[in-house]
Design a protein around this ligand. Sequence first.
Ligand SMILES: [Fe+2]
Length: 248
Amino acid sequence: MIDLHSHILPSLDDGAKDESAARMMLQAAAGSGVDVLVATSHYSRQAEAGYDEVFARIREIAREYGITLLPGMEYDYDRLVEVAPEKLRGIGDSRTILVDLKESYVSSGVAALLFNLGLKGKSILLAHPERLWRENYRSSLAAIPQAAVALQINSGSLLGCYGKTVRRAAWRLLEEFPRCVIADDAHRSSGFHFAECRKKLLAAFDEESVQLWMQINPQRLLRDQSLLVSSPAGTWKQKLRRCWWKNF
Ligand SMILES: [Fe+2]
């Protein structure tokens, strides 16, 4: 599977502390079925300055675990202006930028910035909006230009690692937003949940939708292809299980 969001590069952000922690993360990623992993460190001037050297070192180590490591960066919305658009690191060198809005509201300024980035040939993948849009996901979604934006839902959110309200928002966004991908956003070895998450999703949705979220659309994003629109379906039994799981 393809995991588009991780903090595996040591000493650049709040992810892996050192090389040994990065190795533990690689082992956990491989064990959960990940074979392509994008190293999306949090953007800062220091992280940007040290990125290429650390990435080259960890990419070699990742091969020992059967993992292809790709470059990337996670940008806080309010720091996007610090980087010239042509210097933004796309996810796996694609034209899609991983952006964390950081705020629970969506201002008109955000919409304008996203629109401008879109005009410059970039696409936006919003990082874990379910953690920001816990209560008002419907109105937040309405303010987002859907054609230019895709949502990245955290596997941990779907499993309830951030509480019941975030979990409910994550499941609803998957059902209601047409372009979603799932990623781990792992900061340590315990943060890789793909295998468990896939199992839970398959109990609630059809296999095609799960494949779309976890494999097909991540791959299309890396290839700069437009994401396929999902319309998840489930059997009555699956729907019952889903209701139980959401209200748990
Ligand atoms: Fe992240």
